[in-house]
Design a protein around this ligand. Structure first.
Ligand SMILES: Nc1ncnc2c1ncn2[C@@H]1O[C@H](COP(=O)(O)OP(=O)(O)O)[C@@H](O)[C@H]1O
Ligand SMILES: C=C(OP(=O)(O)O)C(=O)O
Ligand SMILES: [Mn+2]
Length: 534
């Protein structure tokens, strides 16, 4: 690519640029003899290549920073004593140092450059240029982002540039006010991201998600950490919010429906649209029979991360010895039932909040009032599951605003406002679905959860008999087709209902404590009544 000049980014001495490589080129590059360490891919029995990412097998939110400057100072939702979050400010000096480390690492090398889009909507998509030295990282972004047509590539002008220098370390991080030798730094003004010392693929996709979360709500578009699908006619759209591991990917991949996307979406006046061109599924304990579509997506061109293979490429999906956050990325067309050609569909009619409750208190499904919808969206209660974030080794209860706090760049109320506006126009209803634990000590089965989702999407939940659950005032159905009726009231899953009572009171008070941070204004105060009462 003669027209590609990387010196404008400070990258010099480039010996060759492999530009938007095809899948065949990527396969050859990532398996070529002589690759060492985390650069090396191994072909698995399913045809997909597997790579290992070292100690970073999940995102590293503690190492996430945003440059604080004139532009970002008053717009970004910075971490504060009153409301701690992952948006830590970096100085201009720290940015310059990190950028320099990245361009030094990437100078005098043979590089991969991938130009791709984030956002299926042409008016609001971001054109992104990824620059890296590692072939499989080029494969990852090729899978996960939207591929430009040949014509679009002709005139491709990036809105955002990502430098992946995973081999470089920030040695003087203390001096720079950073957290460790690893840094994931965003500069909203120059529209750049630098990745240092982590190889986890997810850092690249969730980085751009964070940027969409900054730019879109400012244009009046809802930007959401959710999966989305629609019915076979492309009419009855549903979105599934949830923190990592709560079931967005699993539950939106449904053979009865068309997939829009598994993780990041916008909702504008035309409807719901995907930001991505691929999916990133967890594969721990993946079972061919219970999740056939995801299993079948693991073939040539898919890319496995941190999965255990023997020397012959035989896969052991049950092995957690490296991480529980084993993954596969694949282009969305590895799933048969998808919306084509553009991953978009009309406004959502059903909004589902997935929460993996580690306490075993929440009912498997609750029908929410509009006020409860706002309250539970802002609260974002769930458990962080082992592995997706560094340092999390067991299900850890958390309140993650909007079910994706780590990716919010504006105040959570901004996302709630945009969602509520869109829901009002479409007349959408919201449900809180617990995909976590109950009194049995086991996780609610995928089969029961799928039954619940089916009942929401085919409308049968609307005619089901219901009762009210104390403390939370949740309206829950007492029977649903295809769902074990003994689990619908969580109290029935305990040997003694008083065990539930005790845990429920504890959880209710955690909700109340967490919500205090929203009570500094009238709108927040007004929502308290919709939350748990003791
Ligand atoms: N009831 C359930 N609903 C959804 N997923 C479940 C359930 N029980 C166990 N799981 C497992 O939890 C994980 C959900 O992960 P995934 O769908 O990738 O979540 P996300 O896309 O939200 O990060 C999968 O490994 C799935 O097999
Ligand atoms: C990729 C991630 O998210 P999810 O599990 O929601 O797909 C992540 O959090 O790193
Ligand atoms: Mn997912």
């Amino acid at each position: 690519m003669a027209k590609l000049d990387l010196t404008k980014y400070g990258i010099s001495g480039t010996t060759e640029i492999v530009y938007n490589p095809s899948y065949d080129e990527l396969f050859a590059e990532e398996t070529k003899p002589g690759l060492e360490g985390y650069e090396k891919g191994q072909v698995s029995e399913l045809g997909a290549v597997n790579v290992m990412t070292g100690i970073y097998t999940g995102r590293s939110p503690k190492d996430k920073f945003i440059v604080m400057d004139e532009n970002s100072k008053d717009t970004v939702w910075w971490t504060s004593e009153g409301y701690k979050n992952d948006n830590k400010p970096a100085s201009k000096e720290a940015w310059d140092a990190c950028k320099k480390l990245a361009v030094n690492e990437l100078s005098n090398k043979r590089l991969f450059v991938v130009d791709a889009f984030c956002g299926a909507n042409k008016d609001t998509r971001m054109a992104i240029r990824f620059i890296m030295e590692v072939a499989w990282q080029a494969h990852f972004v090729t899978n996960m982002f939207i591929k430009p047509t040949a014509e679009e590539l002709e005139n491709f002008e990036p809105d955002f540039v990502v430098y992946n220098a995973s081999k470089a370390k920030v040695e003087n991080y203390k001096e720079l006010g950073l957290n460790s030798e690893t840094a994931v730094v965003f500069n909203i003004t120059s529209r750049e991201q630098v990745i240092l010392n982590t190889w986890y693929g997810g850092e690249m996709k969730k980085g751009m998600f964070s940027m969409m979360n900054y730019f879109l709500p400012l244009k009046g578009i809802a930007s959401m950490h959710c999966s989305a699908n629609t019915d076979m006619n492309g009419e009855n759209t549903a979105i599934f919010f949830g923190l990592s591991g709560t079931g967005k990917t699993t539950l939106s991949t449904d053979p009865k429906r068309l997939l829009i996307g598994d993780d990041e979406h916008g909702w504008d006046d035309n409807g719901v649209f995907n930001f991505e061109g691929g999916c990133y599924a967890k594969v721990i304990n993946l079972d061919k029979d219970s999740e056939p579509d995801i299993y079948n997506a693991i073939k040539r061109n898919a890319l496995l991360e941190n999965v255990t293979l023997d020397e012959n490429g035989k896969i052991d999906f049950n092995d957690k010895s490296v991480t529980e956050n084993t993954r596969v990325s694949y282009p969305i067309d590895h799933i048969e039932k998808i919306v084509r050609p553009v991953s978009a569909a009309p406004a959502a009619k059903n909004v589902i909040f997935l929460s993996a409750d580690a306490f075993g208190v929440l009912p498997p499904v609750s029908i929410l009032t509009p006020e409860q919808t706002e309250y539970y969206f802002l609260s974002g209660f769930t458990a962080k599951l082992a592995g997706t974030e560094r340092g999390i080794t067991e299900p850890t209860p958390t309140f993650s605003a909007c079910f994706g706090q780590a990716f919010l760049e504006l105040h959570p109320t901004k996302y709630a406002e945009e969602l509520v506006k869109k829901m009002k126009v479409s007349g959408a209803k919201a449900y809180l679905v617990n995909t976590g634990w109950n009194g049995t000590g086991k996780r609610i089965s995928i089969k029961d959860t799928r039954g619940i989702i089916d009942a929401i999407l085919d409308g049968s939940i609307k005619t089901a008999p219901t009762k009210t659950i104390p403390y939370f005032n949740f309206e829950v159905p007492t029977e649903l087709p295809g769902v074990d009726p003994k689990i619908l009231d969580p109290r029935d899953t305990y040997a003694d209902a008083s065990q539930w009572e005790e845990k429920a009171k504890d959880l209710a008070s955690r909700f109340q404590k967490n919500f205090v941070k929203y009570e500094s204004n009238e709108a927040g105060k007004a929502l308290v009544a919709a939350g748990p009462q003791l």
